[in-house]
Design a protein. Structure first.
Length: 236
């Protein structure tokens, strides 16, 4: 098995750890590991790294790909690239599988961030202020935000996957309807009519993210991958 691996600068050390782990495995027959970058902790354009990994799989040079990033949006970009590249290669099953793998990695990254937010909220808030009252209030908001990290990961990856198959309209509509028909009206109701506080507003954001993620996941599952029209590009 040949594996391509890549990361953004935030996950550089994690990528190196994964590489070392794979190289030490004896139960799995790993012929080679292709490192697509980054090679340091310096800033990089993550879509370029994701494209290198995707093209390695599409060309048949590698059998599997691993992408690691420090944010969920990186996995959304990766999902878009992998799904689009695999469909272009006429491999709809690989495209669908690639989206789910991107989601699993996004869960790992965002889930880790969620645990950090939940168990160390006031420590994180302390990096921005020394005021004990602000630290307490911000810490509770961060703790609530921990609950939405899984939903944010799902929303980003499945929206990216739908864009990868050319369905840009659905993610756009979900974002518009979620903002203008759910989040803003209920935000106005919570603040101006129910006179509730900051924490209730943050809980609203949690519910909003989970609803968006659920809708996009259903749309993803309902996609008929074998009937997606492909555009053929031939070299001159």
């Amino acid at each position: 098995m040949k594996i391509a691996i890549g990361s953004d600068e935030l996950a550089f050390e994690m990528k190196e750890t994964i590489k070392k782990f794979l190289q030490e495995q004896t139960e799995v027959n790993i012929e080679s590991i292709k490192d697509c970058g980054v090679n340091s902790g310096e800033s990089v354009d993550y879509p370029d790294i994701a494209e290198k990994v995707a093209r390695s799989i599409m060309s048949g040079e590698c059998d599997r790909g691993i992408l690691v990033c420090g944010t969920g949006i990186g996995m959304a970009i990766a999902a878009t690239s992998i799904v689009g590249q695999s469909l272009g290669a006429g491999k709809p099953a690989v495209a669908r599988q690639g989206a789910f793998k991107s989601f699993r990695f996004a869960l790992l990254i965002m889930g880790g961030a969620g645990l950090l937010f939940f168990f160390l909220p006031q420590v994180l808030a302390g990096f921005f202020t020394n005021d004990p009252d602000l630290t307490r209030i911000a810490g509770m908001a961060i703790k609530i935000a921990a609950m939405e990290q899984i939903a944010v990961a799902a929303e980003m990856v499945f929206a990216g996957s739908l864009r990868g198959i050319g369905n840009t309209k659905s993610p756009m509509l979900v974002a518009i309807l979620g903002t203008w028909c759910f989040r803003l009206p209920l935000l106005w109701l919570i603040v101006n009519r129910l006179h509730l506080g900051l924490y209730q507003v943050w809980f609203l954001f949690v519910v909003d993210w989970y609803l968006r993620a659920l809708v996009l996941f259903i749309l993803f599952l309902r996609t008929n991958w074998r009937k997606i029209p492909l555009v053929s590009h031939q070299s001159a």
